[in-house]
Ligand binder design. Structure first.
Ligand code: PAF
Length: 282
């Protein structure tokens, strides 16, 4: 396994690999890798000749009051994990390498970035699409793997790839959960013990909505209300709900009333200082 820090070296390696007929799979990450990331890497390993994992905590996708400064990092541990999966290249550029002096270009997907997480994080998705577009240009992948936990991010990246004709296939990988149902996330590390014990209630409430849907309740409002009631039923609960909504799984449009499948229920909550997201296909 090789670690590359420079854009130029990364792009040269990718171009040479392309010339030699080797396919490339990219797994973009912000590091502090967990089992969810490892699953993306395993899928990438099966799919392509070469697997590139990028580790870059992207400053421009964090808002001014968000957790950029304390975002968890563990490069040595991450490199060991990548090695254990058989990754070929770990691309670890610095912020100065990705955003040199004078940088002033952005990639923006307009409509589907305004809802759900985009409503409370106004520049977040533009930060994501800008860096992912750059990573695609630097690593020249045939395939790129993203987790379905970030359901809206995946939809936004798929849109960008279609709209800008990036010549690659985006592959979404199902959410990996802890044994108690909590969706794996680097941000779970922020949760103190008491909140970590409460957090699995999110998946339980989504699963219950799914059960109600299968029993014939197909009104979006009723299902979302059931989730919020379940999360708030304990008077001491620390959950502060940002949104619970149901969206068409294919085109990310909101389903306000009767659900016509395929649909996905999505949630964002604050548990103390930690913002958690999750979703479940109905
Ligand atoms: O999902 C993430 O970890 C990030 O948003 C990504 C795709 C690596 C871009 O910084």
């Amino acid at each position: 396994m090789k670690q590359i820090n420079s854009n130029c070296e990364m792009q040269t390696f990718a171009r040479e690999s392309q010339r030699n007929g080797k396919s490339i799979a990219l797994v973009p990450t912000m590091g502090f890798l967990h089992e969810g990331h490892l699953e993306l890497m395993r899928r990438a390993r099966e799919k392509a000749d070469l697997v590139v994992v990028s580790i870059f905590v992207n400053p421009i996708q964090f808002g001014p009051n968000e957790d950029l400064d304390c975002y968890p990092r563990d490069l040595a541990g991450d490199l060991n994990k990548c090695d254990s999966i058989g990754v070929d290249i770990v691309f670890t550029p610095t912020p100065e390498e990705i955003y040199p002096d004078g940088f002033q270009t952005a990639v923006a997907v307009n409509k589907i970035t305004q809802v759900l997480c985009g409503a409370s994080r106004p520049n977040h998705f533009q930060g994501v699409t800008t860096v992912v577009g750059k990573l695609f240009n630097l690593t020249l992948p045939d395939f790129a793997f993203f987790g379905e936990k970030d359901f809206q991010q995946l939809a936004v990246i798929r849109r960008m790839v279609i709209d800008l004709n990036f010549p690659l296939e985006i592959i979404g990988v199902p959410i990996v959960r802890e044994s108690d149902g909590l969706a794996m996330s680097s941000r779970n590390a922020y949760l103190p013990a008491q909140q970590r014990a409460e957090a699995p209630a999110i998946y339980k409430a989504l699963s219950n909505a799914c059960k109600l849907y299968n029993q014939g309740i197909n009104k979006s409002e009723k299902l979302c209300k059931a989730v919020s009631n379940q999360l708030n039923k304990n008077i001491e609960s620390d959950f502060e709900i940002e949104y619970i909504e149901i969206y068409d799984s294919n085109n990310l449009t909101r389903i306000k009333n009767k659900i016509s499948s395929p649909a996905t229920i999505l949630i964002a909550v604050h548990l103390g200082k930690t913002r958690l997201i999750d979703n479940l296909q109905l």
